[in-house]
Design a binder for this molecule. Sequence first.
Ligand SMILES: CC(C)(COP(=O)(O)OP(=O)(O)OC[C@H]1O[C@@H](n2cnc3c(N)ncnc32)[C@H](O)[C@@H]1OP(=O)(O)O)[C@@H](O)C(=O)NCCC(=O)NCCS
Length: 158
Amino acid sequence: MIQIRPTQPEDAGALLHLAGAEPLFSREEAETVDELLETYLEQEDHGGYFFLSAMENGKLLGFACYGPTPLTQGTFDLYWIAVSTPAKGKGVGRTLMAHVEDEVRKRGGRMLVLDTSGRREYAPTRAFYTSLGYTHAATLADFYAPGDDLIIFTRLLS
Ligand SMILES: CC(C)(COP(=O)(O)OP(=O)(O)OC[C@H]1O[C@@H](n2cnc3c(N)ncnc32)[C@H](O)[C@@H]1OP(=O)(O)O)[C@@H](O)C(=O)NCCC(=O)NCCS
């Protein structure tokens, strides 16, 4: 059974391995996960970055990172979510997102915003967000690179 809990220091190795092994993430993106995880684990207030780990029988299957968007009232960003390749398509991502949403509500959040890519490889990721009730709010053409649009999804949390 999948258990979601705040990421612990002992998860760091497996979490960074998972991010590094994710075919969709560039090396720079995996390094960003590393930087945010260090901030979360080392700063008392977590620097505004909160990580959740999805565990099964002591094994890390996925993680998510979210936090309050600076200078907003009740808006939160989902910074990262990833599920290990063998665990994909089995409901781990859905369970992680449900916990992120619960945590955001507990922290007084009313809106969750997330960015993704318009590239073809990200079609399953976009389908994932749509299936969870996220709305395609905006597209910024060629934002990441020529031919690589930024797609912004949002969800109002009640
Ligand atoms: C996106 C991701 C987090 C989804 O996690 P997951 O555990 O594989 O997804 P789930 O099994 O919880 O799927 C939930 C729903 O999303 C949709 N979905 C998931 N994978 C899908 C796919 N490959 N194609 C189409 N829809 C998909 C389905 O509607 C699914 O519901 P169903 O199983 O009842 O049909 C995971 O696939 C992943 O790590 N992708 C690579 C990293 C990434 O893109 N991260 C986001 C960066 S912006």
